[in-house]
Design a protein around this ligand. Sequence first.
Ligand SMILES: [Zn+2]
Length: 95
Amino acid sequence: MLRIACPYCGERDQVEFTYGGDAASGFPALADADLDRWTDAVFIRDNPRGEHRELWQHQHGCRQWLYVVRDTVTHAIQSVVPARDASPAAGADGR
Ligand SMILES: [Zn+2]
């Protein structure tokens, strides 16, 4: 079972968390009205094999949003950082 080390609560089972989506790429600026860019950002995602940056919410714990860098093959987690402390366009280390 996948276990995520919440920075606030400690290591917990994945069932306490809700997947919040791909965090590997960002969104266009809010004022950007280009439909193709928004369609790509919302619906067109890579499906990488290996390291992947994701958003998770500790829904049944502290309810904080987290950036998790997880290997999609082994499910090994490389880093977990609070989303409010990290850049949305952060590097692979989660910061
Ligand atoms: Zn937590």
